[in-house]
Design a binder for this molecule. Structure first.
Ligand code: NAD
Length: 311
């Protein structure tokens, strides 16, 4: 297979001053992309600001022979996101690739301790930031009939305790990925939006305590996630609207599907029947991955063939 190259492509990687984002930016640049290294430069809880963080990462990439410029705007406001995109447009004329990587974990502990401010902060960076950036590049990508967006979600939405703002924000990222991908698919555009749930040692994994953090840094380096992001950012990206976990040198597909379930023909069915059918409904031997909400709803109509459900 020939090397996946990014020559002449313009990429924005948000939150790329360090950690995973820097690894994504470095790989794209090493393979020819012009990369805008965005980072606000605060701590992992979203406090503070330091343009020097993005400057240093961009310099490191240039020193290694790549093309990179720094940007210190925040993804968490509409104006900040527009400024990031405008920066790339001013320098290089277009945006081909967007990696929505910026994220913070402001809330921890338990639900009763989570403050309104923590909810707003976690949602603002991961959920609103992804929305603002996607919107800011959207028309340009559709007009040029080319774009690759890689959204960074998190395995935290499988469940991460009751401090829910961060997982909730990352769940919103998944929903945006599905919705936007369905839209470009319907329009027949070569604009693909996919997502990953990375697993890597970074300053963010300090939250897990020193022992786990140490193991993560050793066994799950950031550079081991970057190939999946680069593959999804490439012209030859083979999918649209998919999600993958990625870490430690491998990746797996994540999907949301529905089981064969139980489809009552009697509209006046009872709670007793629902309880009696519970095991059948839970059985994952045979499932369907809906292409969209209408596809999911259609499964309740009588003309859906059972072979729509694949084992
Ligand atoms: P990190 O803290 O090193 O990286 C996050 C980066 O985002 C930081 O450099 C930070 O300065 C930047 N940032 C924060 N708010 C910003 C804003 N408003 N505007 C611009 N930049 C901002 O941690 P990381 O582990 O490298 O995380 C990268 C991404 O991967 C995050 O979205 C995180 O939620 C996600 N993630 C990481 C893991 C993991 O195992 N490390 C797991 C799941 C998801």
């Amino acid at each position: 297979m020939s090397e996946l190259r990014f020559d002449d492509k313009v990429a924005i990687v948000t939150g790329a001053g360090g950690g995973l984002g820097k690894a994504y930016a470095a790989l794209l640049a090493a393979r020819g992309a012009k990369v805008l290294v965005n980072d606000l430069g605060g701590n992992f809880q979203g406090e503070g600001k330091d343009q020097g963080y993005a400057d240093a990462a961009a310099r490191e990439i240039r020193d290694a022979g790549g093309i990179a410029e720094a940007n210190g705007d925040s993804v968490a406001t509409s104006a900040g996101a527009q400024a990031i995109v405008q920066d790339a447009l001013t320098r290089w004329g277009r945006v081909d690739i967007l990696v929505n990587n910026a994220g913070i974990v402001s809330a921890s502990g338990t639900l009763s301790n989570v403050t309104d401010e923590q909810w707003d902060k976690d949602m603002a960076v991961s959920a609103s930031g992804t929305f603002y950036l996607c919107r800011a590049v959207w028309d340009g990508m559709l007009e040029r009939d080319f774009g690759r967006i890689v959204n960074i979600s998190s395995g935290s939405w499988f469940g991460m305790g009751s401090a829910v703002p961060y997982p909730a924000a990352k769940g919103a990222v998944w929903a945006m990925t599905r919705g936007l991908a369905a839209a470009t698919q319907a329009q027949g555009k070569d604009v693909k939006i996919n997502a990953i749930m990375p697993i890597a040692g970074s300053r963010m994994t300090q939250l897990m305590g020193p022992e786990i953090h140490g193991l993560m840094e050793r066994d799950f380096p950031a550079r081991a996630v970057a190939p999946v992001v680069a593959m999804l950012a490439h012209d030859s990206a083979p999918c649209n609207g998919e999600m993958f976990t990625a870490g430690g040198g491998g990746y797996t597909r994540v999907f949301a599907g529905v089981t064969r379930g139980y489809r009552a023909t009697d509209k006046d069915w009872t709670p007793e029947t629902a309880l009696a059918q519970f095991d059948a409904v839970m059985d994952t031997n045979g499932f369907h991955i809906p292409a969209g909400s209408m596809d999911e709803a259609a499964l309740y109509t009588s003309d859906v063939p059972w072979d729509a459900f694949k084992a």
